[in-house]
Design a protein around this ligand. Structure first.
Ligand SMILES: [Zn+2]
Length: 379
């Protein structure tokens, strides 16, 4: 039987341990202890060294009571800022922070849900296949834990990441993303004494950005310019501006096309500049394009989807396939060949000090997870 008080207590104790990205060590050690108590074998990979963190990803294996293909269950251990010194407040069945920090339900509600699920499997002696449990680091800083995970530790072909809001949804589609960085080099000069000798990098970047249509490009594509840095003083013609942005799309051709459009806008602005005035000294553009994460598209008839939908149906619920606008560890698992659906935990308003999660929603997530595991073992 699911013990909702125990679930709430587990959640409360997890959020009381600080674990901002790269500082998940203490939380990871506590989770490893809990997993060991539940009969799992645990290890840490070396991802922490690669990302400058104080721990690697936590990987655990729970032997099955039946010999079946293993299932992956995953959540991330890190939180965003302000995430230190969290005090969880439980009122009318809903957890919030005290208003000065985030709550950390993203993604500690998932950690608590997975621990409660394993507890119930053990206590109620529910038949299950082998479970591979991955608690990642640094999800919030570019899916770094998943990107550096030691995949030799895993054999699961499919599984579930718990890192979404809706307890009646499974995310099967997510966009690919490119990170863009432009460095516009102009020429510095005194703005009052010799402005004609300068090439204004801020103005050049402005020309490029002004001609772009940003935001939602179409149903499956978005783009944004999110950071601009440059200039030193009002009396100096600025010689350097850094502009950072991103493009996301469910369609790889559109991702490429929109990326190209933005790059061309910068190139045109720089090429068109001061053609007659400056013969030798020209502005210059550096472009850095980084693939942030690949697109995920799990067919709706894949076992990871049908198993979860049948489990929901057995509980009298309906699980809807959803598309997300963001990246999650599941995108990286998918790229590595593990079909991973993203399930909801009930967490709301994440990455804000108004973040919350209802105990009832976490209970619903545990119910679904147990039924998924039970159903898989029942064949
Ligand atoms: Zn998350």
């Amino acid at each position: 039987m699911i013990d909702r008080n125990r679930l709430a207590e587990t959640f409360q104790s997890l959020v009381s341990i600080d674990s901002v990205s790269r500082e998940e060590g203490q939380l990871a050690r506590e989770l490893a202890k809990s997993l060991t108590k539940l009969g799992a074998e645990t290890t840490f990979d070396r991802a922490g060294e690669k990302v400058g963190g104080d721990t690697g990803n936590l990987v655990a294996w729970l032997k099955g009571t039946a010999s079946l293909p293993p299932l992956l269950l995953s959540a991330h251990m890190d939180t965003v800022e302000p995430g230190k010194g969290v005090t969880a407040v439980l009122q009318d069945g809903v957890f919030t922070s005290d208003g000065t920090t985030i709550l950390g339900a993203d993604d500690k509600s998932a950690l608590a849900i997975i621990l409660e699920t394993l507890q119930v499997l053990k206590e109620d002696r529910i038949a299950h296949g082998p479970l591979e449990i991955v608690f990642t680091i640094c999800e919030e800083v570019g899916l770094m834990g998943a990107k550096h995970l030691d995949y030799d530790l895993l054999t699961a072909a499919y599984g579930y990441v718990l890192d979404a809001t809706d307890t009646d949804g499974i995310v099967t589609r997510a966009p690919a993303a490119n990170r863009l960085e432009f460095v516009v080099h102009g020429k510095a000069s005194h703005a009052g004494a010799a402005p004609e000798k300068g090439i204004n990098a801020i103005w050049l970047a402005g020309q490029a950005i002004g001609g772009l249509s940003l935001g939602r490009v179409d149903r499956e594509t978005t783009c944004n310019i999110g950071v601009i840095e440059g200039g030193i003083a009002t009396n100096i013609v600025p010689d350097k501006v850094i502009v950072k942005g991103e493009v996301r799309s469910h369609d790889s051709k559109k991702l490429l096309a929109v990326t190209d459009t933005i790059v061309s806008a910068f190139q045109r602005a720089v090429d068109a500049c001061c053609a007659e005035t400056y013969n030798e000294e020209r502005p210059r553009l550096e472009v850095i394009i980084e693939k942030d994460f690949p697109a995920t598209h799990i067919p709706e008839n894949h076992p990871v989807v049908t198993l979860a939908q049948q489990a929901a149906a057995n509980l009298g619920r309906k699980l809807i396939c959803k598309s997300s606008g963001g990246g999650a560890d599941a995108n990286i698992f998918f790229e590595k060949g593990i079909f991973t659906g993203v399930l909801g935990t009930g967490m709301k308003d994440v990455h804000t000090v108004g973040e919350s999660v209802a105990v009832e929603d976490m209970v619903k997530a545990v119910e679904l997870l147990i039924e998924i595991i039970r159903l898989q073992a029942a064949g």
